[in-house]
Design a protein around this ligand. Sequence first.
Ligand SMILES: Nc1ncnc2c1ncn2[C@@H]1O[C@H](COP(=O)(O)OP(=O)(O)OP(=O)(O)O)[C@@H](O)[C@H]1O
Ligand SMILES: [Mg+2]
Length: 222
Amino acid sequence: MIIMKDVSKIYNIGDEEVRALDHANLRIGAGEFVSIIGPSGSGKSTLMNIIGCLDMADSGEYFLDGQSIEQYSENELARIRNHKIGFIFQNFNLLAKLTAEENAELPLIYQGVRPSERKERVEEALRRVELWERRKHRPTELSGGQQQRVAIARALVTRPSLFLADEPTGNLDSKTGQDIMRLFHELHESGNTIVLITHDDAVAKQANRRIYIMDGRVEEVA
Ligand SMILES: Nc1ncnc2c1ncn2[C@@H]1O[C@H](COP(=O)(O)OP(=O)(O)OP(=O)(O)O)[C@@H](O)[C@H]1O
Ligand SMILES: [Mg+2]
């Protein structure tokens, strides 16, 4: 599902050149649960942004579901992000003014899904993350773990083929983080592909495969 060949991403700050990704090679098959682990500044978010079509590589090739990303326009990339990928972030990225159910519904509005279908899918997703009872709550009225569950529900509603999570447990205590990891395991068991980015080895070990990144270079961990 994900194939990266010799991908590099270079940032220039003044005279200095930062190789955020340095000839990275990566292969992730459909249905895998993979973690990407590395220290701060190693290039994890850069890698996630390219996998998630939020950013483009400077060189090398990236194929998502067999299609080279380079051929797409900005609009087409937005469509791919909206339909194929469920993003989950460290800081949840929920809209403060919207309730849990309104946040979860948002991607479906962008997709132009009709209201009755939206309602069904939001209910299904919020029940799956065990937050249906809190559907009328706004983010400030929810705990960190509950907010992350809303974010997962928002990722679920579009039925994406890939869940891409950048430090999803980074802002949570270890027990709450473990609850969120359990949800990822459930998603994986029901056939979803999951790529989870973390600097926490205990979290990374829970995936079926670990990929290590250091100074922009990608390596497999046995
Ligand atoms: N927009 C940017 N402009 C310039 N340099 C950047 C930019 N984004 C990232 N970098 C640099 O690229 C390198 C990789 O950054 P990246 O954010 O991918 O690391 P990370 O592994 O996600 O770190 P963290 O664990 O702290 O989130 C770092 O040296 C960073 O300073
Ligand atoms: Mg990062």
